[in-house]
Design a binder for this molecule. Structure first.
Ligand SMILES: Cc1cc2nc3c(=O)[nH]c(=O)nc-3n(C[C@H](O)[C@H](O)[C@H](O)COP(=O)(O)O)c2cc1C
Length: 197
């Protein structure tokens, strides 16, 4: 199974990266092939709402010449896309939001072009946040659920860890075990959904 993990934290060695460590390790133990994207290393410009992509058949067709097409190509090659992010202002950091906006070119819904460049994908969330889990995560999770519905993708769930005192909160046995369990749950879910194809 191929898994693409996009870490949207601007901070290398930050909380989100720390929670990803046991999660990624467990996925590798289970035999998954993981493609890691540290999004801040890439150039992702905002959508300029020109709708050019909606007249380009069979290709991404965006006027922005940056790394968004490559990242979406890598996501589309995976069975499971994990969006890992610190919650920023009740959503994800802005460069990840820019990437999410740029999903537009994947779906030819609005003008002469037709079809979808990624017709099948499962998406899961892993977040870290300062506020209590539901209060912190609800808007982002709701947005991603709706994005999945809009793209005809499956949404597989969320794992999150609260940051009260920084890094030590990411390193508790509970946080680590939770991350491993989430990896196992996703792996199981993906294998079950493959068997029922
Ligand atoms: C600009 C900014 C905005 C934030 N907004 C929120 C927020 O809306 N809700 C929340 O629970 N935590 C918020 N936080 C806290 C971060 O989500 C939290 O510290 C996270 O663990 C940082 O992860 P990182 O080290 O991987 O970047 C914010 C932090 C920053 C720097």
């Amino acid at each position: 199974m191929k898994i693409c993990i996009i870490n949207g934290s601007p901070r290398r060695g930050g909380n989100t990266e720390e929670v990803l460590k046991p999660f990624r390790r467990r996925l590798a133990e289970l035999g998954a092939q993981v493609d890691d994207v540290f999004l801040a290393d890439y150039k992702i410009e905002p959508c300029v709402e020109c709708y050019t992509c909606q007249d380009v058949q069979g290709e991404y067709g965006c006027v922005q010449k940056d790394d968004a097409e490559e990242i979406w190509r890598r996501a589309g090659e995976a069975d499971l896309l994990v969006l890992a992010a610190p919650i920023f202002s009740w959503y994800c950091p802005s460069h990840m939001k820019a990437l999410l906006d740029r999903h537009y070119a994947l779906n030819k819904y609005y003008r002469s072009a037709t079809g979808q460049l990624i017709p099948k994908l499962t998406v899961a969330l892993l977040t870290t946040h300062g506020y209590k889990a539901d209060y912190a995560n609800d808007p982002f999770e709701t947005g991603i659920r709706r994005l999945c519905k809009h793209c005809h993708w499956d949404y597989a769930g969320l794992y999150s860890v609260r940051d009260v005192d920084g890094m030590p909160d990411m390193q508790t046995p509970e946080a680590i075990e939770g991350a491993k369990r989430f990896a196992e749950e996703l792996f199981e879910k993906m294998n079950v959904s493959r068997e029922t194809l």
